[in-house]
Design a protein around this ligand. Structure first.
Ligand code: PSU
Ligand code: MN
Length: 307
C-alpha cells in the first residue's frame, strides 16, 4: 500500500458549525478580512459578533472563516473571534495564498474569494459580506482587478453584498461579471447599489423580491448544470445610507491620498476604506456595519429558503 502523499487538509469546524452540519441546519459563511483589514478594533469585533447573532436570529448558523496558525477554521469560537479582531499583521488571503497560509502555518483573514473557496469546501452555499472587490478605477493603467470576480465565476456560492464598493469602477465591474457569466441579482430594487449608497446610477442586470425567489433561481441553475457563483446585491437600508454625490467627494480625496502614498496591490482596498472612515468622521464605518448586518439577515433568509 502506498501512503497518500498529502495528509488531510487541516480544517476545523467550530462546535456550533459541527452540530449544524450534523443536523443539516442552514449555514451562512462570513469572511474575516472585513474584521482584520476592513474595520478598526473594537468596532470590528462588535460587528463580527452582531452579524453572527443576526444569522442565528433568522434560524441559520454563522460560520466565520479564517486561517489560524495554519488551520482553516469554518466557524470561530468566540475567544478566537476576539483574538483575531486584535491580531496585528494577519495576512489578507485570496485564491493565490489561502493554501500558502495553511502550509506555512500562518494566521490570515479570508477575502471574498478565499471565503468562497473555503465555504464550498465545507459544503456551505450562502455567504454574507459587505461589498465585493471589483475593477478599480484606472484599472486600464494599474491592472488592479479583484480576484473576487474570477472566484464568483468559478465557485458555486451565493454571495450577498451591498453591491460593489463605490471606490471601484462599477460599470467595468458589472461588465466583467457579465462576461464571466455571473448573475447579478439586486434584492427588491432594479438599481444596482454602491455599498454606502443605495444607487450606483446603474440598472441592475436582474432583480428579485424574495429570498424564496433567489433560492428558486439557484435551484434552476443547479438543475441546468450551470456552475459558478451568484452575486446578490442588497441595498444599504435608507436610514444608514450616505448619498452618492456626497460619497464621491470623500472617494476622490481618498484616491488622491492613495496615489500620493503610492499604495498598490492588496493594500489598496484597506487603505481606501480607512481613509474614507477618517474623512467622514466615522460615519462611513457606521454605514459599513449597518450594511453588513443587513446582508447577514438576507443571507440567512436565503440559506433557510434553500433547505
Ligand atoms: N467588504 C467590506 N469590507 C472589506 C471587504 C469587503 O465591507 O474589507 C474586503 C473583502 O474581503 C473583499 C476585499 O474580498 O475587501 C477586496 O479586496 P481586493 O480589492 O484587494 O480584492
Ligand atoms: Mn486589488
Amino acid at each position: 500500500m502506498t501512503k497518500p502523499f498529502s495528509p488531510l487538509l487541516p480544517m476545523e469546524y467550530s462546535t456550533e458549525v459541527a452540530a449544524a452540519k450534523a443536523r443539516g441546519a442552514p449555514l451562512v459563511a462570513l469572511e474575516s478580512t472585513i474584521i482584520t483589514h476592513g474595520m478598526p478594533f473594537p468596532g470590528n469585533l462588535d460587528m463580527a459578533r452582531s452579524v453572527e447573532a443576526i444569522i442565528r436570529e433568522e434560524g441559520a448558523v454563522p460560520a466565520t472563516i479564517a486561517v489560524i496558525d495554519g488551520v482553516l477554521h469554518i466557524g470561530l469560537e468566540d475567544a478566537q473571534l476576539e483574538a483575531l479582531a486584535q491580531t496585528e499583521g494577519a495576512m489578507k488571503l485570496s485564491r493565490a495564498d489561502l493554501a500558502f497560509a495553511i502550509a506555512e502555518r500562518r494566521t490570515g483573514a479570508t477575502t471574498v474569494a478565499a471565503t468562497m473557496i473555503a465555504a464550498a469546501r465545507a459544503g456551505i452555499r450562502v455567504f454574507a459580506t459587505g461589498g465585493i472587490g471589483g475593477v478599480h478605477r484606472k484599472a486600464e493603467e494599474t491592472f488592479d482587478i479583484s480576484a473576487d470576480l474570477d472566484e464568483l465565476a468559478r465557485t458555486g456560492v451565493i454571495v450577498v453584498s451591498a453591491g460593489a464598493k463605490a471606490i471601484l469602477d462599477i460599470p467595468k465591474t458589472l461588465e466583467v461579471l457579465e462576461t464571466r457569466g455571473v448573475p447579478v441579482v439586486t434584492y427588491d430594487s432594479d438599481i444596482f447599489p454602491a455599498f454606502w449608497s443605495r444607487d450606483s446610477g446603474l440598472r441592475s442586470p436582474l432583480m428579485l423580491n424574495s429570498p424564496a425567489a433567489i433560492a428558486n433561481f439557484q435551484r434552476m441553475r443547479d438543475l441546468l448544470g450551470v456552475d459558478g457563483g451568484m452575486l446578490v446585491a442588497n441595498p444599504v437600508p435608507e436610514e444608514s445610507e450616505i448619498p452618492r454625490d456626497e460619497m464621491e467627494i470623500y472617494i476622490a480625496r481618498a484616491l488622491d491620498n492613495a496615489e500620493r502614498d503610492e499604495i498598490s496591490g492588496k493594500a489598496v482596498t484597506p487603505y481606501l476604506l480607512d481613509s474614507i472612515f477618517g474623512l467622514t468622521d466615522g460615519r462611513s464605518l457606521e454605514t459599513n456595519i449597518a450594511l453588513v448586518e443587513n446582508n447577514a439577515r438576507l443571507a440567512a433568509e436565503i440559506a433557510v429558503a434553500l433547505e
